[in-house]
Design a protein around this ligand. Structure first.
Ligand code: SF4
Ligand code: SF4
Ligand code: SF4
Length: 291
């Protein structure tokens, strides 16, 4: 296999003027140890660069001389923060703090992002390919504006028991998806965004949910014409998420054109047929319907 020259790598970006480049790092989920951070500082001093924080939870070393790229790449690799990706590749995978730190979290976004990074990061693609994971529909990493977005969701339901009609859950639900009729709650699934706030709010544990699921969207984008990705499937486990991402990556790799963003060619690629094929290839027990 051809060894890709450093200057062809997506993580090395030519700066305006042509004399310097910016070097983007690979930092899945934006998490870096203190030792790695110290290492980045030492490297930045050694090569006399500044550090820029990016929107994709990573860092860039700016105004790097092209003559020092080989040695810089080796130093970054040794530091555990190797050169990242930015062009037609699978780029830095982002994630919200998830179950590690956020009380609203329903899935372990960081572990999932790291698993996806290990498996897919840097793969050459016909289009730039972004993946992001949020642990709940608050969507702190705007995952649905990525080529693949994964969101932790739950579907609330009422269990038998005495609902006092206290209205606490109604107050907590920001979507107006809960009403009280004759002293009892009524959930409106059309308005519910599956955030699970009501479940935690009920002092009498009348609202419950099955374990959190992974809601997957394809074809979102930011930029000048932002678009929310299309829901493709909701699944039960992180293993199935990886399986779905693999199928999407293969489909895009084989079929997509390099002259436009993925979201702009979903129609030509017959996304609906692909979606049916993808779902029919999954284990039925792994799919959660109704989302
Ligand atoms: S997306 Fe949800 S779980 Fe993740 S940080 Fe935001 S509020 Fe917390
Ligand atoms: S899950 Fe969220 S949106 Fe749905 S009813 Fe409960 S609080 Fe409202
Ligand atoms: S479901 Fe719970 S929080 Fe909601 S009205 Fe009934 S008792 Fe109150």
């Amino acid at each position: 296999m051809r060894k890709i020259p450093l200057y062809e790598k997506g993580g090395i970006i030519n700066e305006f003027g042509g004399n310097f480049c910016t070097v983007r790092l690979r930092i899945p989920a934006g998490l870096i140890s203190v030792d790695q951070m110290e290492g980045v500082v030492k490297i930045a001093r050694k090569y006399n660069t500044d550090v820029h924080l990016t929107t994709r939870q990573t860092m860039e070393l700016v105004h790097v001389s092209p003559d020092s790229l080989e040695s810089l790449a080796a130093d970054l690799e040794a530091n555990g923060t190797p050169i990242g990706a930015e062009k037609s590749e699978i780029v830095n995978i982002t994630a919200c703090p998830g179950t590690e730190r956020c009380r609203f979290a329903m899935i372990d976004s960081i572990s999932l992002a790291r698993t996806l990074d290990e498996k897919f990061f840097g793969k050459e693609m016909p289009v730039k390919f972004r993946v992001a994971v949020s642990s709940c529909p608050n969507s702190c990493v705007s995952e649905r504006l990525n080529e693949i977005g994964i969101t932790g969701v739950v579907r609330p339901y009422r269990v038998p028991g005495t609902c006092t009609g206290c209205g606490t859950c109604v107050q907590y639900c920001r979507e107006g998806a809960i009403a009280i009729k004759n002293g009892m709650i009524k959930l409106n699934d059309d308005l519910c965004v599956h955030c699970g706030m009501c479940i935690q709010s009920c002092p009498f544990h009348i609202i419950k949910a099955d374990p959190a699921a992974y809601h997957i969207t394809i074809g979102g984008k930011r930029g000048r014409h932002p678009r929310v990705g299309y829901h493709v499937v909701t699944v039960k486990t992180p293993e199935t998420v990886v399986n779905v991402v693999e199928k999407v990556v293969k489909w895009v790799y084989r079929k997509a054109w390099s002259d436009s963003l993925l979201p702009d060619q979903l129609g030509i690629l017959d996304f609906e047929s692909f979606k049916k094929e993808l779902i029919s290839g999954l284990d039925e027990d792994e799919i959660v319907t109704g989302y």
